[in-house]
Write a protein of this length. Structure first.
Length: 540
């Protein structure tokens, strides 16, 4: 018998191994309330009520309650009416939000149902604007870069907090640094005489516009056992499309008062890729004579395999000119991240054919988000297949655990039918904060994700509240549903992290120490959205 030899070689061993940063990961692993108009109109509180295709994502056992087949499609309009105009970004955008079908064998006893559904899991369309005047002394983005560029503590005595991570600078550090003498002097911060006199930001402006979505394609099998126990399984595939553009401007003044101009960092970032997950669900009717039911659900992590690319450049409009006043950098790399698991419990009850009540509680620990370093890709000649390996980014994982926390989501919903053909719906959601109040984007974190960062700002978002309303009408085998969702959330925007250091320099033959304090000022920002949905469906 001939022996089989498998030969493989490393395709990208020479490429940098990288992982993503906590705040950007958090933007990917979260999800919105979306689906059919009926589901949204009831606040998504249908996990135990079932007989609704959108439960395929949260508790697929709900599909086991279908007694007829169904096909539906949903379109919507989302508005961010309070946003400021920026970069031709639209405050309103239309979307194709959902399409799917359920096939039921129409058995009155135990049965098996099959389903497919696409829905928009995440909407990235958002305009952020933040500004502050008269900042604290010596507070600026380029001061942060200068602090990082201080000489090694062992050589200069600089504060151990101002670690000189050689080879671990983020892109902005190079924008702000003179390339002639050395990395320890920043041409924007040091006055032209070379000693003392730090330039600082008197004001800043940040504008960012992002767009894109995560689409999820779910395939499910479900069924019921004697109309008492309902079980379901879903495998989901996600398609990620993100694009963001930002402009951050600092208006600088010299140490003794006069303005020296402004510096603007422009950044454009794209993220694309795929993810895969699975969900399990069960619904029980504990009392045979009662329609009251209890649901439990579990969602695995979503395993993302992503590619990000950026182009970032600095425009220097100050009287202090760098060697390269308009530095441009770009990069593209692959990375992985695993979202946390999610657990849910739900209650559902109906009264006759005219009232339905639902409640859902979900919990997910976002501190358990797992950033991964993609190490290498291999090609197996024998099987003609590609393989890749990854490992946990230990430094960024530690940062994630300190920055993100467990999130509780409460969903409540009600549907009332004054007549059999008409349904009135209302729902409410509360989503607890995902970010620790004192979390920050750590520019000193010795991680690949810090290496390739192209912005220093971050936002610690607070709790989310959603109010939903819905209307449904059935005519024969056809039905139409309308829904409105208002979502509101506040957050603290910060242009950069706090930093401090002792700067040692020699003047007139004497050693001087200058303490550098660089503390950001929080700006409150909001994310308020209005969403309108319409669903058309057919039962057969």
């Amino acid at each position: 018998m001939m022996k089989k030899y498998i030969m493989a070689f490393c395709l990208v061993a020479a490429l940098p191994a990288v992982a993503q940063e906590t705040y950007e990961n958090a933007n990917i692993v979260t999800s919105d309330l979306n689906g059919t108009a009926r589901y949204v109109g009831m606040g998504g509180a249908m996990d135990a009520l079932g007989a609704e295709i959108s439960t395929i994502t949260n508790n697929p056992a709900g599909l086991g309650l279908f007694r007829s087949s169904q096909v539906s499609a949903t379109a919507g309009l989302t508005l961010q009416s309070e946003a400021q105009d920026f970069n031709n970004a639209s405050k309103a955008h239309a979307d194709f939000d959902q399409v799917g079908f359920v096939w039921s064998n129409k058995d009155n006893g135990s049965s098996i149902n099959l389903a497919f559904n696409y829905h928009k899991n995440r909407d990235f369309n958002y305009i952020l604007s933040a500004a502050q005047d008269h900042l604290s002394p010596k507070a600026s983005q380029n001061a942060l870069s200068y602090i990082k560029m201080l000489a090694d503590p062992d050589e200069s005595g600089a504060s151990t907090y101002a670690l000189n991570h050689k080879g671990n600078y983020y892109y902005g550090d190079f924008y702000y640094t003179s390339q002639i003498d050395n990395l320890y002097y920043n041409t924007f911060i040091i006055d032209q005489d070379g000693v003392g006199g730090f330039n600082m930001a008197d004001a800043y402006n940040m504008n960012r516009a992002s767009k894109g979505y995560i689409g999820e394609y779910d395939f499910s099998v479900s069924g019921n056992i004697n109309d008492r126990v309902y079980l379901g399984f879903t495998i989901g595939f996600q398609d990620v499309h993100y694009r963001g553009y930002s402009e951050y401007t600092e208006h600088l003044v010299s140490y003794d008062g006069p303005a020296v101009g402004n510096v603007t960092v422009f950044d454009e970032r794209k993220i694309k890729g795929t993810g895969v997950n699975f969900k399990l669900g069960a619904i029980f009717r504990p009392i045979e004579e009662s329609p009251f039911r209890i649901g439990v659900s579990f969602a695995s992590p979503t395993f993302y395999d992503l590619t990000t690319s950026n182009t970032t450049w600095l425009q220097n409009n100050t009287t202090v000119k760098a060697v390269n006043p308009n530095y441009v950098a770009s990069d593209s790399y692959d990375f992985r991240v695993n979202s946390p698991m999610k657990f849910g419990v739900s209650l559902g009850h109906t009264v006759g054919n005219y009232l339905a009540l639902g409640a859902v509680y979900e919990y997910s620990d976002y501190g358990a988000t797992n950033p991964r370093v993609k190490e290498s890709d291999y090609y197996d000649w024998y099987y003609d297949e590609y393989y890749s390996s990854s490992s946990k980014d230990v430094a960024m994982k530690d940062h994630t655990e300190k920055t993100l926390k467990g999130v509780s989501t409460l969903k409540l919903g009600l549907e009332y039918k004054p007549v059999p053909e008409v349904a009135l719906r209302v729902g409410y959601n509360y989503v607890s904060p995902m970010y620790n109040e004192n979390g920050f984007k750590d520019a000193y974190r010795d991680s690949y994700g810090t290496n390739v960062a192209s912005a220093t700002d971050f936002t610690n978002w607070k709790a989310t509240n959603r109010l939903t309303l819905g209307l449904g009408y059935t005519f024969g085998k056809f039905y139409a549903d309308l829904a409105y969702q208002y979502s509101t959330q506040k957050g603290d925007f910060c242009p950069f992290m706090d930093a401090y250091a002792d700067d040692y320099f020699i003047q007139d033959g004497q050693l001087w120490v200058d303490e550098i304090d660089n503390y950001y000022t929080k700006t409150e920002v909001e994310n308020n959205r209005h969403q309108f949905l319409v669903t058309l469906g057919y039962r057969f």
